[in-house]
Design a protein around this ligand. Sequence first.
Ligand code: J2J
Length: 543
Amino acid sequence: TDPLIPLRQTWPADLAARYRAAGHWRGETFPALLRERAHRFAERTAIVGGDERWTYAELHRRAETIAAGLLARGLRPGERVVVQLGNIAAFYAVVFGLFRAGLVPVYALPAHRSTEIAHFVRKAQAAGYVVADRYDGFDYRTLARELLELDLGLREVVVVGEAEEFTALASLAGDPALLPREDPDPQSVAFLQISGGSTGLSKLIPRTHDDYIYSFRASNAICGITQDSVYLVALPAAHNFPMSSPGALGVFHAGGTVVLSPSPAPETAFALIARERVTDTGLVPPLALLWAQAAASTPHDLSSLRVLQVGGAKLTPEAARRVVAGLPVKLQQVFGMAEGLVNYTRLDDDEDTILGTQGRPISPDDEVLVVDDAGQPVPDGEVGYLLTRGPYTIRGYHNDDAANARSFTADGFYRTGDMVLRQPGGYLVVQGRAHDHINRAGEKISAEEVEDHLLAHPQVFDVAVVSIPDDYLGERICAFVIPRSDDKPRPPEIKAWMRTRGVAAFKIPDQIVFVAAFDQTAVGKTSRKELRARLRAEFLANE
Ligand code: J2J
């Protein structure tokens, strides 16, 4: 049986009825959205990326061709397709093509390597894989070959560019009669997003047409996105933030223009902002600080920029002040998660709120609970664990009973793992995290996953991986390693070795510290989590 058909998010009937009655869920779907925009905004520019400049009509035409071509190649509606593309125009043509064909994209990042992609393929039981020939100096066809050798059931590899033995995206063609005649059920799963993951490998996040479209349509209203908006995708396009808060999809919904930057570096991004008259963009805190610094001496005209969103990791009030001092734009803090809940400071909020909070939820129907260890609500102004449910927050991960038992309460609240304080007006201030993941410049890395890799090293006896505060990255990855013998490997060797494991480069420890032993008295008594906390505290005390 196919685990995705009919995979739906299981909102209880009373809540679903409420979300519909409130006008949040309107039965919109991705294929209908693009078709309608292609009609209404036909000759307006939808996408600028590299040498490509596509109107809405062009994007729609390409998506239709890709959809028919994929079905002609034997993919069947409902099957999953891992999409691993960088910031290129084809990313959106492929994704809308998959939606049109009833295929379900699984979003991988360009940085992912064989271990991670194999995990996505297995977990999603994917039948297809779409990559670019090369991106950022890496040849993804070699990755595709490695994957095919694992025999995981992948039947089709599509390549943007030189396809070699695979199917070229440009060659896809098929009889339009192959295309589904009806739009999908708005309550069905449109795609699988990946979680940052605090334990082990990433989990897959099923989002429906209705819930996701609501999240960016409502974001548009909060962020002031209109058909005149020009949004720069500076972060990786597959990330939930630049995709949906309001991101590229919000901009397509409004009929605006999406500009893709191949890199978030100020030199590259600033030139595009000046050339395309970019009005809005979103960054993680380290990049926002870098841009604020670089803006002082740039020859480029940044005067078109209206709003700079910052999110993905905590922007401290001090850092926020530096950002607004350096860039002549409206700052908006964004605290979101691929599982759902997104909070924004509002554009007309007072300065203290914009600099000092991570905003408040999109929806009046977002339910936010801040609770103590016993699960009891704490008063406003006190720190607790953030739990949430609502019209665009998932009720469960895909194909992962163990994670679902941990991550959701009996009444369907998602345990975000974030520690927050709620101000009386409903604004949230992020205070930290309950889970052991590392937020490295917005990329979430599971300590456990990195430990598992390092434990496979022949000269490593034991290891604990922790986050260490870092001026630039926010947090960096530090691995405390007990070597097997006095003949310990050098840190660069360990890093190089980890690269051979087929993992994203952002998961490789920034720092490796050798220790003789972990506190003996604690062995067998402490949890991994306490051990990590103690190592971090000792390390910081000695710095
Ligand atoms: C502190 N921590 C934050 C913030 C996210 C919009 C914006 C971001 C994401 C995202 C997203 C934070 N301050 N401003 O999906 O649509 C941390 C929290 C959160 C986790 C989610 C969006 N903004 N975080 O970052 O799924 O710990 O989504 O639970 O990658 O990032 O990570 P992710």
